[in-house]
Design a protein around this ligand. Structure first.
Ligand code: 3H9
Length: 702
């Protein structure tokens, strides 16, 4: 079998080339190839220096993640790195594209590093529930100092090569050029090293500068990350291992790092985070054969229109402008339009203040957004996203108008969170071009985009919008039509239990604290206050299939009817301090729920535990997810996880509700659901048939 690593000679320089598409991951064959080429070059007396470089669009982007969880194959990566570090001839890394994880570790163990401007370097292991396992925590602090290593390793965020020159990671920056040019430049650099008699520079022999960090550095980082990465073990292991670099000889530090890496790799947290990584990539792929059909290419979308310049419409406009796509923003009145455009500028200004964009980028984005109150201005756009009021009548009226004025092949999308896209499509004469694009608020920040396929939506339309989602930086998941689609339909079950528990005697803070403790980014009632309790209230009024139950979301209904719409009115499930906006518990709401419980004959209890709250909310979610899957609303269980991880603050280290259900054990999930069925009745608590079927076949959801 051909090795993905080859060796060539250019005079007295050996060039080791890796060619393992798509991202030159460090598979077993690459690791073995690197060692064998390195040994050949070392043993060749004519060779005085060695260059490691990669074909394709990137340097090595890391270990092959798909190998984790399988029996490990030799040679292990630390062995490869030890050979590079100890090589008797100078080894130069030629860097471009993404230099990540094990790839960055390879580069750090080389004696010199050259990078094309714009190259991204980083150790993203922590985002996979891991710590760098081939020396990252021992090598980086030795080169760049402890603080820099802590920042890069615990965040997992890559840095641009330009920012890594001062700290010594990059020896020389090269102008952007083709990969061949890069190689030529790095070979000349190696020849210059030979001429100047510059030898090896083993990173293992560098000292971690004692001045590069303060005495309490590690304590401070541990405290900071115990809040920021709540519940995750890998970030704390990263800190421990970097601290080891300051305390132990290199070899000992390496052994300890490896042991921690193996513990993390074999943990449920890392399994869940690796599942999330692959699930997100799989979600972007359409399951239909036409997805790969070159005769059905995705259409170009160069100009879009957004209907409605409110919070949602404005946020969606920002997403397109940020990706360089021109936007026509349509509002009913000049006054609303001016308000909407002003709000967009303010939101961009916040991004500017936080260093997320430059002033030039801000002005470029603003220049791409043009306001209008006239539908006739939309005749030449390629896509329209409607983000108007959430009522069917309004939406049908808008779609009928769009059908009249827009060009023949325009795609018409609705940003509805709940409504039936098939009904909306009926207002047009081009149902094949109509679909849902469900953005999440704030649309310019949230990563998730549910792409809702209606009965008549054609393949090219779906394919175009999925590709467009990726272009504007979203994680796109294709789903089918039902009330609330995947995310909000499941959220309704989760929220339903929170609302019922309020009537049963739990307080808003008890519910929110229990869910926060469990791992959710925010509790459901705090989220509801933030987004506005009236939004789902209005949506429920449009829902033709509400359950026959006076207690269903009654706690939320009572808040709305009392004018407590959430943060925007200063009170909802909580009160909000006028000055600071801080959330404060409010006895008044407990009295409202108490009275309602009495009138509905619901017994209030004081024995509700955190565990009951957590199980009722999460198991309701899992059960509905399983129903959604068997109805074909979601294509894959992993798609459901992607939606919950990116749209609803589900903890990544638990992998999403479906992955979590597998981890708990489907038999345990069903046993608990059956207990609730006994205690609370079977209106809401009946095990999903799919769960029963999977248990009987000894299968899992993922
Ligand atoms: C590590 O290195 C541990 C070490 O410290 C120690 C070891 C002992 N492995 O994202 P894309 C696949 S941990 C396997 O769509 P892009 C990906 O699944 C690793 N497969 O492209 C997809 O496959 P498919 C640390 C990988 O251009 C295809 O490549 N490294 C890997 O948008 C294209 O991917 C990381 O965490 C991999 N490492 O983004 C980096 N990487 O087409 C992870 C990608 O079948 N990778 N694939 O769906 C990334 O962040 C992005 O892929 C990258 C390119 C930025 C490189």
């Amino acid at each position: 079998m051909n090795s993905p690593v080859s060796l060539a000679k250019q005079g007295d320089v050996a060039v080791i080339s890796v060619d393992n598409p798509p991202v030159n991951a460090l598979s077993q064959a690459v690791r073995a190839g690197l060692i064998s080429c390195l040994l050949s070059a070392e043993q060749d007396d004519a060779i005085k220096a060695i260059v490691i470089h990669c074909h394709g669009r990137t340097f090595i982007a890391g270990a092959d993640i798909s190998e984790f969880g399988k029996p490990p194959l030799t040679p292990h990566l630390p062995e490869v790195l030890a050979k590079i570090d100890a090589c008797a001839k100078p080894v130069v890394a030629a860097l471009h594209g993404n230099v990540l994880g094990g790839g960055f570790e390879v580069a750090l163990s080389c004696h010199y590093r050259l990078a094309v401007k714009g190259t991204k370097l980083g150790l993203p292991e922590v985002t996979l529930g891991l710590i760098p396992g081939a020396g990252g925590t021992q090598l980086l602090p030795r080169i760049a100092g402890v603080e820099r290593a802590l920042t890069m390793i615990t965040s997992g965020k890559p840095a641009l090569a330009e920012s890594l020159v001062d700290c010594g990671v990059i020896d020389q920056l090269l102008e952007k050029s083709s990969t061949d040019d890069l190689l030529t430049q790095v070979i000349s650099y190696a020849q210059e090293l030979i001429k100047q008699n510059k030898g090896v520079r083993p990173t293992s022999q560098l000292d971690v500068g004692k001045t590069s960090y303060a005495l309490d550095t590690f304590v401070k980082w541990r405290t900071k990350l115990s809040k920021k990465a709540r519940g995750q073990q890998a970030p704390q292991c990263c800190i421990d291992s970097i601290e080891n670099a300051t305390l132990l000889p290199f070899k000992e530090g390496m052994l300890k790092e490896r042991a921690m890496f193996v513990t993390c790799r074999d943990s449920s947290q890392s399994r869940a985070m690796r599942h999330a990584f692959f699930a997100e990539r799989k979600a972007a792929k359409l399951p239909t054969p036409s997805a790969d059909n070159p005769d059905l290419p995705a259409l170009n979308i160069d100009a879009v229109a957004i209907i409605g310049a409110g919070t949602m419409g404005g946020g969606i406009a920002m997403c397109f402008a940020k990706a360089g796509i021109s936007v026509k923003l349509l509002e009913m009145s000049e006054e609303n339009l001016a308000r909407g455009i002003k709000a967009i500028r303010e939101r961009y200004n916040q991004a500017l203040k936080r260093g997320l964009m430059t002033e030039t980028q801000l002005e470029n984005c603003m220049a791409l957004i043009q306001g209008t109150c006239d539908y006739q201005d939309l005749t030449d756009v390629d896509l329209v996203v409607e983000a108007a009021f959430e009522t069917m009548a309004v939406k049908q009226q808008i779609f009928s108008k769009l059908d009249e004025v827009c060009k023949a092949d325009v795609i018409l999308a609705s940003n509805t969170s709940y409504l039936d896209i098939n009904e909306i499509a009926k207002a047009t004469n081009r149902a094949n071009k109509v679909l849902g694009m469900h953005f999440f608020s704030p649309a310019n920040i949230m990563k998730l985009l549910e792409v809702v396929r209606a009965d008549a939506t054609d393949e090219q339309t779906i394919k175009t919008v999925m590709a467009l989602g990726k272009k504007i930086g979203k994680i796109t998941v294709a789903v089918n039509v039902c009330y609330g689609f995947v995310g909000n339909r499941m959220y309704a079950c989760y929220g339903r239990e929170a609302n019922l528990l309020l009537l049963e005697g739990a307080s808003p803070e008890q519910i929110d604290n229990a869910m926060h403790k469990w791992g959710m980014a925010m509790g459901p009632l705090a989220v509801n206050d933030m987004s506005g309790i009236d939004i789902a209230y209005k949506a429920r009024q449009e829902n033709p299939n509400l359950p026959d139950d006076p207690a269903y979301f009654q706690a939320a209904n009572l808040m709305v009817e009392a004018g407590r719409l959430g943060q925007k009115t200063g009170a909802g499930f909580y009160q909000y301090d006028k000055e600071t906006g801080r959330r404060i518990a409010d006895e008044k709401v407990l009295a409202i729920f108490h009275e309602q419980a009495n009138s509905l004959n619901i017994r209030q209890r004081d024995d509700i535990t955190d565990e009951e709250i957590q199980n009722r909310l999460i198991f309701a979610l899992i059960n509905e997810g399983a129903n959604i899957l068997s109805e074909g609303i979601a294509t894959r269980a992993s798609d459901i996880d992607v939606i919950w991880l990116n749209g609803y603050g589900f903890p990544r280290h638990l992998g999403g509700p479906m992955c979590y259900a597998d981890e708990v054990g489907l038999d345990k999930v069903v046993a608990t659901i059956k207990e609730y069925q006994q205690q609370l009745g079977d209106q809401y608590w009946q095990p999903a048939p799919l769960l029963l079927e999977l248990i009987s076949q000894n299968k899992k959801l993922i």
